[in-house]
Design a binder for this molecule. Structure first.
Ligand code: ACO
Length: 388
């Protein structure tokens, strides 16, 4: 491959180089674990499905940050602290008002968190102050839904709805989004999806956040890095793209031809495949069941039916399976959530995982700075301007 006058040897392989860092061990963690053989995911040793089924997002966030499940008193206090910390300064709301109306909510979130850092009571705390980092983590988690919904409502010409202290994270998000009390079923589904989205080992955004704080930068900077990294369609942005794709396909009878055609044209099908899993993403299986249930309840099985066809074709043709973003897309759609908020919902959940990773990194820090292979031009002398 020719680039800028010199040769890039895309075909060359190097024994110590793994493109995309596939299979490279980049750290040690106690936060979560993917068992590739069983396709299972645990947070601090607890299966994520048990947390989604019997726990709550708040218990999950506590578990990720503190390393243990909370007892009843600890959970009450944690919930109360989150509720207290949900407000965001008016300056942040004003900044969101100043954003272009067509700005994607993920970009609004970068604006919000860039400012929030300086409003944090622990702004001046040293980067490795563990207790200050835990306090920051809780404030970061608490404010996410407020920023998402305020930014979105402003972009729609509506006023932000202030947070409701008596509601959990899932219910409060829905309340601030729609301006009315959500029903219990929707809250339960949202809560389970937040739990499933909360953490996932050394994924691109968590790793990027770790790289940021490993320079002794602060948690808010790492969160902005995480949001920017999650935004892309190969990572969190896939849930929005998957929904646009399902809508484009339109009906189950068109799904097989559409999928085969896309594969023949070497298109990436959003919501399928994963770097770590080989056979399935168990979060997707769990959420597919829920998404189908919502479809039946709402009398709209179109997207579940399209999904069935696509899953069959993708497995037959490429041995590829849906990841968590695929069923999340049509589950959120059926719950009436605007599509541009699907990846921001991921942020609301993932602030907990990112924060846990950044605290773990800073508790035992070393700068993350990999090497690279140079394929550029050999040493040449500087050419004076009049000779170029
Ligand atoms: N659709 C079609 N083909 C695919 C897909 C897909 N979704 N995923 C992988 N492949 C194919 C590739 O074309 C490639 O085929 P080839 O060897 O014939 O060229 C092969 O599978 C390997 O794919 P890579 O992109 O190299 O795999 P990688 O591990 O780098 O990527 C990724 C993983 C990014 C998740 C990929 O599967 C993908 O792009 N999926 C679609 C986007 C997506 O859903 N992202 C969400 C991931 S989960 C999350 O972040 C929450």
């Amino acid at each position: 491959m020719q680039k800028n006058g010199w040769t890039m040897s895309a075909e060359t392989t190097y024994p110590n180089y793994s493109p995309g860092l596939q299979g490279v061990v980049a750290g040690i963690t106690t936060i979560s674990h993917i068992d590739v053989d069983t396709s299972s995911l645990t947070y601090r040793g607890i299966n994520v499905h048990e947390l989604a089924e019997y726990g709550s997002f708040e218990e999950t966030a506590y578990l990720l940050i503190y390393g243990e499940l909370p007892n009843s008193a600890q959970l009450s206090e944690f919930r109360a602290t989150l509720a207290r910390e949900r407000q965001v300064p008016d300056a942040v709301i004003q900044a969101l008002r100043a954003c272009p109306k067509n700005m994607h909510p993920m970009d609004q979130l970068k604006v919000a968190y860039s400012m929030l850092g300086a409003f944090d009571a622990d702004y001046d705390a040293p980067a490795t102050d563990h207790d200050a980092n835990v306090r920051k983590a809780i404030r970061i988690i608490a404010k996410a839904a407020t920023c998402v919904t305020a930014g979105y409502r402003i972009s729609q010409g509506k006023e932000p709805v202030p947070p409701h202290a008596d509601l959990n994270t899932a219910a409060n998000f829905l309340y601030m989004l729609h301006g009315e009390m959500p029903d219990d079923y929707t809250v339960k589904v949202m809560d389970a999806s937040l739990t499933l989205y909360a953490e996932h080992t050394f994924n691109a955004s968590a790793f990027a956040a770790r790289v940021t704080v490993a320079t002794m930068s602060d948690l808010y900077s790492g969160i902005v890095t995480g949001i920017g990294t999650l935004k892309g369609p190969l990572h969190g942005g896939a849930n929005e793209e998957a929904m646009y794709m399902l809508m484009d396909i339109g009906s189950a009878d068109k799904a097989e031809a559409w999928t085969r055609d896309a594969l023949a044209n070497k298109k990436k099908i959003m919501g399928f495949g994963h770097r770590e899993y080989r056979k399935s993403d168990s979060r997707a299986a769990y959420l597919t069941k829920i998404a189908k249930e919502i479809g039946k309840m709402k009398g709209n099985t179109t997207y579940g039916d399209i999904a069935d066809v696509m899953e069959r074709v993708m497995w037959d043709e490429k041995n590829l399976f849906p990841n968590v973003d695929f069923p999340a897309a049509y589950a959120y759609y059926l719950l009436g959530i605007p599509i541009p908020l699907y990846t921001p919902i991921f942020v609301i959940a993932r602030t907990s995982g990112w924060a846990a990773h950044m605290i773990e990194q800073l508790d035992n820090n070393r700068l993350i700075r990999p090497s690279c292979i140079y394929e550029g031009r050999g040493v040449t002398s500087f050419t004076p301007m009049d000779q170029r």
